[in-house]
Write a protein that binds this ligand. Structure first.
Ligand code: SF4
Length: 149
């Protein structure tokens, strides 16, 4: 049975930095179809798994995307704190929780979950969030929720 990692906020968990969830009709329809065909959805929030509170201050990538963070070449920061360690630890825990998954659907543009474009240095830029980058490095096929049909 296929396992698919999904950003928990897309499945209705109120785990976003602002204490909200981010369900959409598109994700809901995709999730229902996936379960119907026998898939198992593994909902994870890497930022909560990294020990960050909800709600929490918004964070952004500084100096590079999530792949650069994993190489030690960029940081994740809020207005007052460097939260790089929590983001990396949470990404590893979330990836391990979804061990065996070959596919992931993640929330667009998040500094953890963004895939293809992320908030970096004050603007939306090409790149991946920390969690998306880690999954890609492990061979998982990652899509943004906005790329679902
Ligand atoms: Fe959603 Fe990912 Fe942000 Fe958690 S870290 S709230 S799962 S986008």
């Amino acid at each position: 049975m296929s396992r698919v990692l999904v950003s928990a906020c897309l499945l209705g968990e109120a785990c976003r930095y602002d204490g909200q969830s981010k369900e959409t009709d598109r994700v809901q329809a995709w999730a229902e179809a996936k379960v119907k065909e026998g898939g198992t959805l593994v909902a994870v929030c890497p930022e909560e798994l990294g020990g960050l509170d909800t709600p929490r201050p918004p964070a952004q990538l500084i100096g590079g995307d999530g792949a650069a963070v994993l190489r030690g070449a960029a940081q994740v920061e809020t207005e007052t704190d460097n939260v790089t360690g929590a983001f990396v630890a949470g990404a590893i825990r979330a990836a391990n929780r979804g061990s065996g998954a070959k596919e992931a659907v993640l929330k667009a543009r998040s500094p953890s979950c963004g895939c293809g474009e992320v908030w970096q240095d004050g603007a939306v830029s090409p790149g991946d969030g920390v969690f998306a980058a880690l999954l890609k490095s492990r061979g998982v096929s990652v899509r943004s929720d906005e790329d679902l049909p």
